[in-house]
Design a binder for this molecule. Structure first.
Ligand code: MLT
Length: 415
């Protein structure tokens, strides 16, 4: 029998959101009459913007004629989309359409990108962390051993109320640094000065920053950069990952892109500096056949004036939900982070309350699903994440249930 990749054995039994789905399934089966409000996984609920739907229809129609029919597309994505992206999102930032690599999702891109690097590369992540960064490196063999809630081979950069969720530079030099801002799960952001520290560090230490900007559309603070390329030096050391999922409701449609300037380089075995862009193209053309034409046309529509107005309204709606969730937890006497520049609200639980226990309690007492902080890494314990991505009426209902249940029911003996 073929031996399986032993590194899979190090991973938690199931992916975080699969475990949550399992618990919801068990609860629904036991209580079919209870209506569950899902504020757990960060999945959008508003319909696609009109300009996106129109673009999809037009593109589908084109496929029915011999002239408009398209087979395999250009490997990096259609020029019309890559040009629209650069015009709309990176004007004057030194990014060119050739630096854009269109794909079907930032999760896949973030999970796959580590393949470009040697197995010996050291990986640093902020903690709590989007599990994909850690799990994909563990699958590849960079995890070392399981240690408590983490892995001995991963450098964790704790982010908590004590450091205002700003990671401090690691004591040991990593090769790869995953940063996500606005942050999933804490909903916090870094200002320019704080992010510049990381760009300067990466330049001084020859590290690569893998910058997940999937939630950039949610930034309201003028202090927080929307792209890492706003910072001097970043085009030498940073790869940015962007997505249409949370911006324009594409979690089902699927479209994202990697921004990878030629100047971002790694080192070959003989010491030669090699641009990562060529390697990523090689990887993608070998293992991937590109995002569908009709979806790329839909993504292009997001950058049109109408698309921009519609997606801003979507984002404002989700931020409004987040604000209501914040207010409800604050009214219950808890300290809450995030939700102002991000769709995620990060609640500090009363001292000693385990986040998976609170998950079960909240489901049982109020039929609300959130995400336990512990699922995002060791420093997530003691926190709980809720998303603003629910329908407005479901979010309001959740807030009513929270306030109706009250502190004694939700945090018995804790407050
Ligand atoms: C989340 O809930 O953290 C997100 O849905 C994850 C993702 O976008 O893959």
């Amino acid at each position: 029998m073929p031996l399986i990749n032993p590194h899979y054995g190090l991973l938690p039994g199931s992916y975080l959101f699969s475990e949550i789905a399992r618990r919801i399934g068990a609860f629904s089966e036991a209580h079919p009459e209870k209506k569950i409000l899902r504020l757990g996984i960060g999945d959008v609920t508003s319909p696609l913007p009109d300009s996106v739907v129109q673009a999809l229809r037009r593109a589908v129609e084109e496929q029915s004629g011999a002239d408009g029919f398209r087979g395999y597309g250009p490997e990096q994505g259609y020029a019309f989309l890559r040009e629209a992206i650069v015009r709309d999102c990176f004007p004057d930032l030194g990014i060119r359409p050739e630096d854009i690599f269109v794909s079907d999702g930032a999760k896949c891109d973030l999970g796959n990108f580590q393949e470009l690097f040697d197995i010996s590369c050291k990986v640093a992540v902020t903690d709590p962390v989007y599990p994909v960064y850690v799990d994909s490196n563990v699958m590849a063999g960079r995890g070392g051993n399981r240690r408590g809630d983490g892995f001995s081979g991963i450098i964790y950069l704790p982010c908590h109320a004590g450091n205002n969720f700003v990671p401090t530079l690691p004591k040991t030099r990593p090769d790869l640094i995953y940063l996500c801002y606005p942050n999933n799960p804490t909903g916090t952001v870094l200002n320019r000065k704080e992010l510049q520290v990381w760009v300067d560090y990466a330049r001084a230490e020859d590290c690569i920053i893998l910058y997940d900007a999937a939630y950039e559309a949610y930034i309201t603070s003028p202090e927080a950069p929307r792209s890492i390329y706003e910072l001097p030096g970043a085009t030498e050391v940073a790869v940015e990952f962007r997505s249409y999922s949370k911006l324009a409701g594409f979690t089902g449609l699927r479209c994202a892109y990697v921004v990878l300037p030629q100047s971002v380089r790694g080192q070959g075995a003989d010491g030669e500096k090699i641009p990562l862009a060529g390697l990523w193209l090689r990887r993608q053309t070998t293992k991937y056949n590109g995002c569908p034409y009709i979806v790329q046309r839909a993504a292009e529509a997001v950058h049109s004036p109408a698309g921009k107005a519609e997606t801003s309204a979507l984002v404002r709606g989700y931020l409004d939900n987040a604000r209501k969730i914040r207010a409800a937890f604050e009214a219950l006497g808890l300290t809450v982070y995030g939700g102002e520049n991000a769709p995620y609200v990060w609640v500090k639980l009363p001292e000693g309350l385990d986040s998976w226990n609170f998950f079960d309690l909240l489901l049982d007492r109020a039929q609300i699903v959130g995400t336990p902080g512990a699922g995002f890494g060791p420093s997530g314990e003691g926190y709980f994440r809720l998303t603003g991505f629910g329908r407005p009426e479901a979010t309001e209902e959740a807030c009513r249930r929270l306030l109706g249940a009250g502190r004694q029911t939700l945090f018995p003996g804790r407050i």
